[in-house]
Design a protein around this ligand. Structure first.
Ligand SMILES: NC(=O)c1ccc[n+]([C@@H]2O[C@H](COP(=O)([O-])OP(=O)(O)OC[C@H]3O[C@@H](n4cnc5c(N)ncnc54)[C@H](O)[C@@H]3O)[C@@H](O)[C@H]2O)c1
Length: 384
């Protein structure tokens, strides 16, 4: 198939910059998408670093001011991979300039900001997507299919945790992720937002939540992220941590299910344990990002004596997305979730439909993030 070019301008170039750059490069290799990305321009404030990223990740040019990228008329899509406090300003400017937008999560710092972003993309008729990439793991897509087919029946429980441990060491510096004015919230918005999105994707809307939060280490040496989840700091200068280190919340869903959630960066030994289990009247499913190709499925209809969770390696032709890669059993990884998300984004642009998850999902997610913080503060249930 002949694909039409789509010209990308990306703002930011570190952890997510690498994941998105890789996805653009690999998408046409594996998928017949109607659009073919051209990696036009990458932006960052530090010229030396952005130039190095431009060369390494295969972008045509670089800018040191994101506004120049948004203003360029040879750009169709703006990709936002910068910290959370910058998302709203860049996205609104990009929408006003008529660019399609893909942004990292969480959408913004507050519901108000998120709603302004949604209003801007709607007003300007551009396509928009928020990067909740875990939806695009083939095993998660397959779980969604099983739920839609009624294989689990009525859903009783949604149980999720997202556990990391990269800031347990008190000398881990005070990076942007630990400052409320830059990140909005801590473990909640950084990883809890993914659990919220998976729950909404798989079983539907929340109606009520009650939560509790904690900041275990209140002061840290000033520092900055250096790529991935690594950082460097200056141990002679300390600053205050202004976000949560951990959050736990209970939820009720529109479909009558109960939810239990936990997000923390203090679960020693858990590097990226993004996990859910769903229990229904006819069966259950379980998924764990650290073994992302597998889905565990329990069906109560199995013969007595043979019942138990079966392990499905979601790498068969029938499983979503994986047919584009390798023969069954030849597994894929984290980076592929981004390829699938961008495949969906480009199809939305080419075929003129609004792909998901998008800014509407980002606003719903942000409403939950805000409600969870409010609940912890006021120590009460909040209706959504
Ligand atoms: N989807 C996921 O699983 C996932 C994982 C990690 C991060 N994220 C999200 O991606 C975004 C970026 O996170 P990250 O981990 O890549 O961060 P990072 O610290 O690794 O990279 C941030 C990038 O933004 C640039 N930057 C910072 N402030 C800027 C500004 N004012 N103007 C222009 N550029 C600026 C930095 O130079 C750097 O290139 C965040 O919103 C984060 O929540 C999502």
């Amino acid at each position: 198939m002949t694909s039409k070019p789509v010209r990308i301008g990306m703002i930011g170039y570190q952890f997510m910059g690498k994941a998105h750059s890789h996805a653009y490069r690999d998408l046409p290799f594996y998928f017949d998408n109607p659009l073919k990305p051209e990696l036009k321009v990458i932006a960052g404030r530090n010229e030396e670093a952005v130039k190095e990223a431009q060369e390494k990740m295969g972008w045509e040019s670089y800018e040191t001011d994101w506004r120049k990228v948004v203003e360029r008329d040879d750009i169709d899509v703006i990709d936002i991979v910068t910290p959370n406090h910058t998302h709203a300003e860049i996205a609104i400017a990009a929408a006003e300039a008529g660019k399609h937008i893909i942004t990292e999560k969480p959408l913004a710092l507050t519901v108000e900001e998120a709603e302004q972003m949604l209003a801007a993309v709607k007003k300007n008729g551009v396509k928009h997507m928020i990067c909740h990439n875990y939806r695009f793991a083939p095993a998660v897509q397959f779980a969604k299919k099983l739920i839609e087919q009624g294989k689990l029946g009525r859903i009783f429980h949604y149980r999720a945790h997202y556990l990391q441990d990269f800031i347990i060491d008190p000398s881990f510096p005070l990076v942007w992720r630990l400052k409320k004015e830059v990140s909005g919230s801590g473990a909640l918005g950084d990883i809890g937002a993914h659990s919220i999105d998976l729950a909404r994707f798989l079983i539907g809307e929340f109606t009520e939540i009650v939560s509790t939060m904690e900041t275990f280490i209140k002061e840290r040496p000033i520092g900055e992220m250096t790529g991935g989840l690594s950082a460097q700091g200056d141990s002679t200068k300390m600053g205050e941590v202004t976000v949560d280190d951990a959050v736990a919340f209970l939820a009720r869903f529109e479909n009558g299910a109960l939810g239990t959630f936990e997000a923390t960066r203090f679960a020693n030994g858990n590097r990226n344990k993004n996990k859910f289990e769903i229990n229904g009247e006819k069966g259950s499913v379980r998924w764990d990002m650290e073994n992302m190709n597998n889905l565990e499925l329990y069906l109560a209809s199995d013969e007595e004596g043979e019942q138990g969770f079966r392990l499905i390696n979601c790498t068969e032709e029938v499983h979503p997305y994986v047919g584009a890669y390798w023969p069954a059993g030849h597994i894929i990884g984290y980076e592929h979730t981004f390829i699938h998300l961008i495949d969906e984004f480009f199809r939305g642009i080419a075929e003129d439909y609004q792909p998901a998850p998008n800014f509407e999902d980002g606003v719903q997610n942000q409403k939950l993030l805000d409600a969870i913080e409010q609940s912890a503060e006021e120590r009460r249930w909040i209706k959504l």
